[in-house]
Design a protein around this ligand. Structure first.
Ligand code: PMP
Length: 408
């Protein structure tokens, strides 16, 4: 007998991420890749972290190297409470939990709400990593369609018919991964109404919230719910945030803001899982956030905003008729819908003939649809390369449409 025969049932829902597998292939020199969804390392505040880390070691080295409390480093939780206040969310430090990246928060929230067969509402497409975090808890998925006004009773009835109960709706309202789209205020209010009717939680993933390049900020779902109820402890929205897209993903510092009973239960999960987030990292992030968060984010918004614009212009120049794409106001992604081609076939052709990579969209759909979609990231590419890349993509799409296998 081999051990994989006695793995728990939940492991059957844990598949290797197509994106991670794909990224392994992209080390090949000369590949022009729009596949990764990672921040540009050239833009990391390395000098600020060098100074902050030396300072932390010199002045607070023992605490930085020691175990710490599960809730997280208090000065950082206070800084986050201040940051959330600027987003219209008045909260206390004890309504903030620090996690090892916001990915850990998604895992805990799956653990908190989902018994096998419970329903999680997710957009189609949704963040692949959220599906990866929820899948081990063996949920049933149904579609969250904030713009389609699906009647809550229909959602509840479909769940009941499957012997299930709706536990939460998960969404990224600002510059979603993978579409780059933003949900308008009416759509956010509609999600809150739906959650009230279904009596379920809302998980608002704010991973890209700070990276807006144009247009006016839309209040977060948590801010809108707080405006309705006046008390965060009465809110059903749980906000997950992250320093990964603003300061550094490598330090793995994220957070959750929620009602105290939710935070208290998540703290128990933190204790069971890894005791606490890294002390040194939290202290360094606190020092850098305090001294230069706004300036650094303003720089990121300028640079990524130019790249986003360059990609949208290049798509306009190079895409054949019938290809549609989103026009993001922020974040890192543009989402394409092809007139007929299969995006996995297109990727194989683009890699072989044009040294070009992107992510086929299918992995982002809980129901396995989306064959005609793909995700492009503009975060790591210079503007000239973006034009070259979109020219190659246009040529690859034309090849497949014409049934040709040739290329540049
Ligand atoms: N949410 C979204 C939408 C993401 O794209 C990511 C990372 N790609 C995360 C959460 C997790 O990021 P982290 O754990 O680094 O905070």
């Amino acid at each position: 007998m081999s051990l994989d025969q006695i793995f728990a049932a939940r492991t059957q829902r844990m598949k290797a991420s197509e994106i991670r597998e794909l990224l392994k292939l992209l080390d090949r020199p000369g590949i022009l890749s729009f596949a990764g969804g990672i921040p540009d390392p050239e833009l990391f505040p390395t000098r600020a972290f060098a100074g902050a880390m030396a300072e932390v070691m010199d002045h607070d080295g023992r605490a930085a190297l020691q175990y710490s409390v599960s809730e997280g480093y208090l000065p950082l939780r206070r800084w986050i409470a201040g940051h959330m206040a600027r987003l219209g969310i008045a909260c206390d430090a004890d309504q903030v939990l620090i996690t090892s990246g916001s990915q850990q928060a998604l895992d805990y929230l799956g653990k908190l709400f989902l018994s096998p067969g419970d329903t999680a509402l997710v957009t189609a497409p949704t963040y692949l990593g959220a599906l990866g975090a929820f899948n081990p808890y063996e949920p049933r998925y149904d579609r969250l369609e904030p713009r389609a006004n699906r009647a809550p009773q229909d959602i509840a009835q479909a769940a009941r018919a499957a012997g299930s109960e709706v536990k939460f709706a998960y969404l990224s309202a600002d510059f979603a991964n993978p579409t780059g789209e933003t949900l308008d205020q009416a759509g956010r209010e509609a999600v809150l109404d739906m959650a009230e009717a279904l009596d379920c939680a809302v998980i608002e993933d704010g991973a890209y919230q700070a990276l807006r390049y144009r247009g006016r900020e839309v209040p977060t779902l948590l801010a809108l719910e707080l405006a309705r109820k006046g008390d965060l402890d009465a809110c059903r929205t749980i906000y997950t945030g992250s320093f990964s897209k603003t300061l550094s993903p490598g330090l793995r510092v994220g957070w959750v803001v929620a009602a105290r009973p939710v935070i208290r239960q998540l703290v128990l999960m933190k204790q069971a899982s890894d005791l606490h987030s890294p002390s040194f990292n939290q202290m360094a992030v606190h020092a850098v956030a305090q001294s230069r968060f706004d300036d650094h984010v303003a720089m990121l918004r300028r640079v990524y905003g130019r790249r986003c614009e360059a990609m949208l212009e290049a798509l306009g120049r190079h895409m054949p008729a019938g290809v549609r794409w989103t026009r993001p106001d922020g974040g890192m992604f543009v989402w394409l819908t092809l007139p007929q081609a299969n995006a996995s076939d297109l990727l194989a052709h683009a890699l072989a003939q044009y040294d070009l990579a992107f992510v086929p969209g299918r992995a982002f759909f809980a129901d396995g649809s989306g064959d005609d979609t793909l995700r492009l990231s503009f975060s790591c590419a210079g503007e000239a390369l973006i034009d070259e890349g979109m020219a190659r993509l246009g040529a690859a799409i034309r090849d497949l449409a014409g049934g040709a296998g040739g290329g540049a």
